[in-house]
Design a protein around this ligand. Structure first.
Ligand code: 1GP
Length: 241
């Protein structure tokens, strides 16, 4: 079986558009899970991401275990910290917050997670995580005590440095519920300079925004809030190619 990273790479090479729904254990009402996942299964969504910035211990584990029997889609952890690691997932984005200079999220959480990861068979995917100014002070900025990047060349150089350090994916993040999504100009500039797959998320609430992100070069787009707040959004995306 191909790994999740290999599948993302292969899809990116074929210019297939990947879409992840982000389920934040902190916001999600577990009673609604079965119905929500049924909508996910009947949609164009290709990946289920689970994680958030401030989640109580063990909630992620319970949520991932509940999702697993309901879908054949890959479940990928998108953890805010070491407490959000579950062996029932298929892979973990091993996120290093390269836009910030807070050692806790650059390397410390990773060191703390090794004792768990060593005993699990989760696929670990090293990911350069870059927070971009999205017009709102998001939970991630507060929790990590870092500032988002604004200047395009700095964003591009940060992505490239991450690739040179050996990261396998780059994630451009405007933040959950961002007022402004990552601009097409920024996505394009980063995409032109890196060879590894590019993930983009934060503030994408419409089909037009989604298509713009793909056209600019996003290989995988992550959407959380729009699916949580608007059940009709699944339907709205049904004719995207
Ligand atoms: C946040 O990029 C994700 O980590 C998704 O953001 O909730 O705004 O879709 P939204």
């Amino acid at each position: 079986m191909k790994s999740i990273l290999e599948n993302i790479r292969a899809s990116a090479e074929r210019k297939e558009r990947l879409l992840a729904v982000l389920i934040d254990p902190d916001k999600f009402i577990i009673k609604e899970l079965a119905q929500f996942i049924e909508q996910v299964n009947n949609s164009i969504i290709t990946h289920v991401f689970v994680g958030g910035s401030a989640v109580e211990d063990n909630i992620t584990q319970a949520l991932v275990s509940a999702i697993k029997p309901l879908t054949a889609l890959p479940i990928v952890l998108f953890p805010g910290d070491v407490s959000q690691i579950s062996n029932d997932a298929d892979a973990i984005l091993f996120l290093s917050l390269v836009s910030g200079r807070n050692p806790e999220y650059l390397i410390e959480q990773h060191v703390k997670s090794v004792s768990k990861l060593r005993n699990m068979d989760l696929e670990v995917i090293p990911t350069g995580y870059i927070l971009i100014e999205g017009g709102k002070e998001t939970a991630t900025l507060k929790v990590t005590n870092t500032k988002p990047l604004k200047e395009q060349q700095h964003i591009v150089d940060t992505a490239k440095a991450s690739e040179l350090l050996g990261m396998k994916l780059i994630y451009l993040e405007a933040g959950s519920g961002a007022h402004l999504e990552v601009s097409a100009k920024t996505i394009k500039a980063v995409k032109e300079d890196i060879k590894i797959p590019l993930l983009v998320g934060g503030g994408i609430r419409s089909k037009v925004q989604l298509e713009n992100a793909y056209s600019a070069g996003a290989d995988l787009v992550v959407i959380g809030t729009a699916f949580e707040d608007n059940a009709g959004f699944f339907e709205e995306l049904s004719d995207i190619k």
